[in-house]
Structure formats: structure tokens, C-alpha cells
Design a binder for this molecule. Sequence first.
Ligand SMILES: Nc1ncnc2c1ncn2[C@@H]1O[C@H](COP(=O)(O)OP(=O)(O)O)[C@@H](O)[C@H]1O
Ligand SMILES: [Mg+2]
Length: 277
Amino acid sequence: MTSESLKVDFTGEFKINEITNPDEYLIGQGNFSLVYRSSQFPDLVIKRFRSTVSSEDKTTELSNCSRLKGHTHDNLVKVLDVYPEKDEVHLAFCSGGTLLSAFQRDPKRLSYPITSIKVYKQLLNGLVELHKLGFIHRDITMRNLLVNEGFVKIGDYGLCVYGANTATNRRVQSSDTNAPEQLVHKKYDVYCLGRVFLQLWSGNLFTKEKTVDILTSMRAFDSRLFDLISHMVSDAEDDRPTAEVALDQIMQINFDVSYTTSAVSSAYAAFSVDNRI
Ligand SMILES: Nc1ncnc2c1ncn2[C@@H]1O[C@H](COP(=O)(O)OP(=O)(O)O)[C@@H](O)[C@H]1O
Ligand SMILES: [Mg+2]
């Protein structure tokens, strides 16, 4: 697979929300951190833990980031440096912001099949790499997926567990993509990523109650895609493919040439974009 062929044209500039001091700009925040951009080094962001984060949680994220430091992959956010003494991690800046913000700007655009499938191939590529490196991510949601110049990257390594097949459910938060099981294996991530695809495909963030309808529209479009995604979001872990098998399967389908406009539009007739967020 060539990186170029998977590039996606995202529109919209990343917004700088707030200036906190002359050298740093707040550009994002999550439950565990505030994320700043440095005016001095525009290619990096500084992820700084909130004071409320426990030392155990900090240690986990710092050690995940230390393991990933310097590793380069098109579909993983690059860790540049780790500073335990300052409670900071430095990451490569992703100028397109989160996939959630790109989605909210224009959900229809990302739900166009060729686009959603390109995004999806990239994300599966990132997940395969992360699993190969020995991590389970545990927090795959559009908020933790970043966009940079046509590439989508898995970020936020705060809930990752390393080196184990099983983890406890500690700190796994409820989100619109959570898998039903309590104990987390690699297949947990496969489920969450399957749900992200349902969101992209349908242009709707609230997919859990509409799973059957969305999958039905997918089957009308392509039965192989339907097979793959319905297995990925199966409640039964054993039914789900590994990320590697899922990537293999989706790469075998050449969507760019095989579909007519009418197949695309009939698959979409059932959906309207949900503007609740
Ligand atoms: N590399 C990056 N480039 C641009 N923005 C980022 C980057 N990393 C994080 N952000 C922004 O900061 C927010 C919080 O980052 P995240 O790593 O998810 O923190 P938390 O662990 O607190 O959830 C993200 O949702 C995003 O808006
Ligand atoms: Mg996060």
C-alpha cells in the first residue's frame, strides 16, 4: 500500500483556542491533560498532565510514551520526548486536529465511501502497528485520532497497556465506541475501531442503536465490507478478526474502481446526517 494513495483531503484549519502564556497556546484538552503548541517549535505539542491525574496513571502514560519515543509510522502520533520531571510529553503536531473535529466540520464529506474507506485503511494500518509493538490502546474514539496533512493517526497513549494479553478495566471510560466486555484484549480495540467506521460511514456519532440499519446499508454497497465490519463489531470477541486480518481483508477490496454512483447513492438513501453534536 502506498502512503500517497491513502491520503485524504481534509478541509479546515486547526483552531487555536486560548493563549496561556506568550510561548504556548492551548490547542486541546482531555480528561487527563492540557495540550499546548509551542510558538518557538511549531512542529511540536506539549501534553501536560492535569494536577488531578494520579501518579500511577501518569507513570503508565509516561512509560508508554517512552517505549514509543522516536518510533515513526504514518498512522501513529509520533512521540518526540518524555519529561517525567515536568509531567510532560512532547508529540509531533497534527495540524488537522482530531478526526472528531474534521467529522463535525463536515460529516457527509467523511462518510463518502471512498473517503471513509481510505481513512479506515489508515486507521487499521496504525492499529496493526500498535498491536505489533505490544500495545492494546483501549481508548479508540474519534477524539483520540488525529489528522495531519491527509493522514489519520492513532494518538493518546494514556490508556494503552503494554505486553499483556489481558488488562483490567481500570480507567477505561465509557465512550460511544466502547466494547461490551470488561477485560480488555487486543480484540477490544478491533471492536472500537469497527464502531469508528460505522460512525464515519453513516455520518452519525450515535450508532449503537442503529447498528443493524447501518450494516444493512453497507451490505447493499458491498457484501465483503459488510462481512468485515459486522464481525469487527460483534459482541463476541471470538468472532472478531485480528487487526491484521481486518487490514488484509479491506486491502483486498479495490473500492476506487468497482462502484457506480447509483450503488453509492442507494446505499445512502436511508441516512441523513445527525447534527446533534
Ligand atoms: N499531536 C497533537 N497535535 C494536535 N493536537 C493534539 C495532539 N495531541 C493531542 N491533541 C489535542 O489535545 C486533545 C487531548 O489530547 P489527548 O492525548 O487525547 O489527552 P487526554 O489523555 O487528556 O485525553 C486532543 O483531543 C486533541 O484535540
Ligand atoms: Mg484523549
